[in-house]
Write a protein that binds this ligand. Sequence first.
Ligand SMILES: Nc1ncnc2c1ncn2[C@@H]1O[C@H](COP(=O)(O)OP(=O)(O)OP(=O)(O)O)[C@@H](O)[C@H]1O
Ligand SMILES: Nc1nc2c(ncn2[C@@H]2O[C@H](COP(=O)(O)O)[C@@H](O)[C@H]2O)c(=O)[nH]1
Length: 189
Amino acid sequence: MEKKIIIITAPSGAGKTTIVKKLLATMPVLAFSISASTRVPRANEVHGKDYYFMSADEFHAQIDQDAFAEYEMVYAGKYYGTLKSELARIWDNEQIPMVDIDVKGALSIKEKYHDKALTIFIQPPSLDALRDRLSERGTETQASLDERLAKARYELSFAHEFDKIVVNDQLEKAYEEVKKLVSDFLKIS
Ligand SMILES: Nc1ncnc2c1ncn2[C@@H]1O[C@H](COP(=O)(O)OP(=O)(O)OP(=O)(O)O)[C@@H](O)[C@H]1O
Ligand SMILES: Nc1nc2c(ncn2[C@@H]2O[C@H](COP(=O)(O)O)[C@@H](O)[C@H]2O)c(=O)[nH]1
């Protein structure tokens, strides 16, 4: 099987994880690429399912071993990275990695795998909608919300660096659009 990769990126709160979860539920050929992160797990998050949670020392040891396809310090001094071993695990399983990462990380991984990658930028309808979604998700403090919104303004300017832009105004419509892009890319119906 050809080693393809799908990269979904967006500012925090745009809805990429929601769309990715819906795709994973209907397209068994896709597998979620579990990132490594030094952030604290949220309630209900599971090590080895949502993230490989690591201490900063463990993460740095992985950097020293050149274990990452990409990594970034994304928020609040916390590192997030895509492990090469995770991509290999998914390809070995005859599946396609679905990589849900921040904009800078997506630009570097696109550079690395450009010949086999489909990159999709999920665009929120507005910054106000982004603020509302992050507030309603209930995961952020005022400080982390401000940090994510400030970064979103910058990230939105990179939308055109990606293969496709999908506006997530109505979830179902955005999901169907992404599903069609992925199906066309993988040549499956
Ligand atoms: N089209 C939509 N309309 C309204 N709410 C939405 C829509 N899409 C997603 N949401 C909600 O917005 C919130 C943020 O979505 P989600 O967690 O998927 O964003 P994200 O881009 O993955 O964020 P992060 O990068 O922080 O992980 C969630 O509570 C989700 O249910
Ligand atoms: N560059 C990378 N960014 C990643 C990776 N895994 C997740 N992320 C992005 O981090 C933010 C914050 O996530 P949260 O779970 O704390 O809300 C979000 O934009 C993720 O997409 C990664 O491996 N590399």
